[in-house]
Design a protein around this ligand. Structure first.
Ligand SMILES: [Zn+2]
Length: 352
């Protein structure tokens, strides 16, 4: 893994770190010792939307040594209101968020080893996504992934930081080995469609910024071994003028941190669909291990419609169907809200 191969980049720039991090090392709770720990740290950020971009920028500027950036999506114009790393040019080019984020972060701090990963995180690959990380940060937008992440991190004794935001409200909590874990906080997974999403209820960039900065600050505490790591659940309502810290009790009967049962992890699903929050699109994910030769596929699709190629994907439109196709077989079907119809398009044009 890339995490283990970039020591020289960090070492070569060590002389510059005194100047670069001067305002941070002057803060006595971090100091030179804490900075050294940050430089040696490895984090994974899952999701590079409103939360993930702020977290990534904060940790990159703070000098976290290695950052793996995981996201399945492409930059769109409607992202720019809150996803701070991206530009209109990224949206115009339809850059994968992981790649665009890595490009901008490399300009901010070239001494950080960045590992962009364009992937849908699921039961089949989550353990690979978090492998080697000292800490995982949640920049996702759905409970399914958080439940999965909770199991994976508990299993591998990796701390993770939950964060969520909707409308003008947000919340965050450190999930540390030993619990309480995310299942202690939320015992049952909410049914799909039963909770508001950023596309239905909207979300303010100020609240995502606050939650993400809270996550980043807790990350710095955890990575530097600070005794001041928060043990409570943060709940904030920017419009209602409230900030609350709530104590979450560990449930001794919790299947994850109490009993060590990881029922979601083993479930390697076949082809399935996921609605993309805030977009008129459905993602179709084929079974694990699918590989597509994009060059070959582009030549095939060009006979029926317009095809554009980038290093990471192809984009197709024939007036009836519009989609982006990645080399792992994943497709984002555009102008689509019906999962069944999305699967039909996938089967017709790509093949299940
Ligand atoms: Zn638990």
């Amino acid at each position: 893994m890339w995490f283990h191969s970039c020591r020289s980049a960090v070492a070569a720039e060590r002389a510059d770190t005194v100047d670069r991090y001067a305002r941070q090392t002057a803060f006595e709770k971090i100091g030179r010792t804490g900075q050294e720990k940050l430089l040696q740290s490895r984090v994974t950020i899952l999701g590079l939307g409103a939360l993930g971009t702020v977290i990534a920028e904060s940790l990159c500027r703070a000098g976290v040594g290695r950052i793996r950036l995981v996201d399945r999506d492409l930059v769109e114009l409607s992202n720019l209101q809150r996803q701070v790393l991206y530009t209109e040019e990224d949206a115009r080019r339809e850059s994968p968020k992981a790649v665009a984020a890595a490009e901008h972060l490399a300009e901010i701090n070239s001494t950080v080893a960045l590992e962009p990963l364009i992937a849908d995180v699921n039961a089949a690959n989550i353990e690979e996504c978090i492998a080697g990380a000292d800490l995982v940060l949640d920049g996702s937008d759905n409970f399914e992934l958080r439940f999965l992440l909770n199991e994976a991190c508990c299993k591998h004794t990796i701390p993770w930081i939950y964060g969520g935001a909707i409308a003008a409200s947000g919340s965050s909590m450190n999930i540390l080995p030993g619990g309480p874990c995310f299942r202690c906080l939320s015992p049952e997974m909410p049914a799909a469609g039963s909770y508001p999403t950023c596309s239905s209820a909207g979300v303010l960039n100020m609240v995502t910024g606050i939650v993400a900065c809270f996550e980043a600050a807790e990350a710095v505490k955890i990575l530097t071994g600070s005794p001041d790591v928060s043990r409570q659940y943060l709940s904030i309502d920017l419009w209602g003028n409230s900030v609350d810290y709530i104590t979450v009790q560990k449930n001794p009967e919790c299947p994850v941190c109490g009993k060590g049962e990881y029922g979601l992890l083993g479930k390697l699903s076949g082809a399935h669909t996921v609605s993309l929050c805030g977009q008129d699109a459905i993602q179709v994910i084929p079974g694990a291990g699918t590989k597509i030769d994009l060059e070959e596929f582009a030549a095939k699709l060009e006979k029926t419609g317009a095809v554009r190629r980038s290093p990471f994907m192809l984009t197709f439109n024939d007036g009836k169907a519009s989609f982006n196709l990645f080399s792992d077989g994943r497709a984002i079907i555009r102008q689509m809200q019906d999962p069944g119809a999305a699967k039909s398009i996938y089967a017709e044009y790509i093949g299940l």
